[in-house]
Write a protein that binds this ligand. Structure first.
Ligand code: SF4
Length: 372
């Protein structure tokens, strides 16, 4: 494998619609500096080709790949490294072909997770208004649902369709793309992937469409259990979600695993999550939280307490991954204390308390956290 190679640079296409005609596109869902909204949806768009050429000529990742670059600098497992490990499709540096569409569904969602905003969740909007926070959904200015420009792509070589949202299972947005893939692609060769909040049942129509694909991977966004889950994924209900996971597991052709976003808010509860996944036989993927709850913003004076906690975990790969994640804390960053301010504000309107639900964090230094 070539140093720094990323399959998504050469085979991936991410599309995030901003209104009925225009979309932002990039090689993958993580890349920063996405281009200006465009009506031209092409796998050979200038910005995508430029990123590939930058890698070809320099052997380095382009600047837009900074989320992966930063994690790799801190010796962590970036999305790029995960993709290579998972090998969802065969890579070819010389012949870029569209093999993976990463489709950002409408921002319709029933949850308002603390790590999210109205950019990705319509439910968040009312809390942003109540608290006088910036309205993040303004980045999506119009009716995205009627934007079908993704159909301009050539589906012939497609091997993966991945959905994020909003909550992809909350609307029919994903189904229209899948129906198009059945007609214009080779659907029995295509794997479909969802990041889902696991609060929606799967209808017979969805099951029928899924049955026409190679298989379906559902990554349930669960990054805590019980009280911690309900605080972070507000206002989801832990019991209901575990019932939904059981339902999903009964569907032929479907694999369910857990995708946990790890940040300051939940790292002290990793032991409970790991145990629950083990007891229930779920594969657990640990992902970096990249926004304000990133470990980059973990209070440096509490670093030894975090290491003490992580060292106390059973010796597993999870422990090693979590310890690697803490390398981010040592980076030379200006720490943003807004996450704690945000939690204090949210608690005033949601009738919850992070100081209780996430007490392992709060109790490390109540005086420090009370100041925000
Ligand atoms: S951000 Fe990471 S996963 Fe995305 S294209 Fe760049 S290296 Fe690949």
């Amino acid at each position: 494998m070539l140093k720094n190679f990323c399959p998504d640079l050469f085979h991936g296409f991410y599309i995030e619609r901003v209104d009925s005609r225009r979309s932002r596109i990039s090689n993958c869902c993580l890349q920063e500096d996405r281009n200006m909204p465009t009506t031209t949806i092409s796998f050979d768009s200038h910005s995508l080709v430029e990123a590939r050429n930058y890698y070809r000529t320099s052997g380095e990742l382009p600047k837009s790949c900074s989320p992966c670059i930063e994690i790799e600098k801190a010796n962590g497992v970036s999305r790029r490294k995960q993709l290579i490990e998972d090998q969802p499709y065969k890579f070819d540096l010389e012949k870029p072909k569209l093999k993976k569409i990463h489709y950002n569904c409408e921002n319709i969602c029933n949850l308002k997770c603390i790590i999210c905003s109205s950019f990705n969740s319509s439910a968040w909007l009312q809390d942003e208004i109540k608290l006088g926070l910036p309205i993040k959904s303004k980045g999506k200015v119009g009716d995205c649902a009627t934007n079908k420009t993704v159909f301009n792509l050539d589906f012939t070589d497609l091997e993966v369709i991945a959905f994020n949202g909003g909550e992809p299972l909350a609307t029919d947005d994903h189904l229209e793309l899948l129906e198009h893939a059945i007609i214009h692609g080779n659907s029995y060769n295509i794997v479909i992937e969802y990041n889902t909040n696991a609060t929606f049942s799967v209808t017979d129509r969805v099951k029928d469409i899924w049955s026409q694909f190679k298989h379906v991977s559902l990554y349930a966004s669960i990054d805590g259990t019980e009280e911690q889950f309900e605080y972070v994924r507000y206002p989801a209900n832990w019991y209901d979600v575990t019932q939904k996971l059981d339902e999903y597991r009964q569907i032929p052709n479907v694999n369910v695993s857990i995708g946990a976003t790890i940040g300051i808010h939940n790292i002290f509860y990793a032991d409970k999550l790991i145990k629950w996944c083990k007891d229930n036989n779920f594969f657990l993927g640990l992902n970096y939280c990249l926004e304000s709850f990133s470990l980059k913003n973990y209070p440096i004076h509490l670093q030894s307490k975090l290491h003490e906690y992580l060292e106390s975990l059973d010796n597993t790969n999870y422990k090693n991954t979590l310890l690697d994640m803490t390398n981010l804390i040592e980076g030379n960053y200006t720490r943003d204390l807004n996450p704690f301010k945000l939690l204090n504000k949210l608690d005033t309107i949601r009738n919850v308390s992070w100081k209780v639900s996430l007490e392992r964090l709060y109790n490390l230094d109540p005086d420090f956290f009370d100041k925000h």
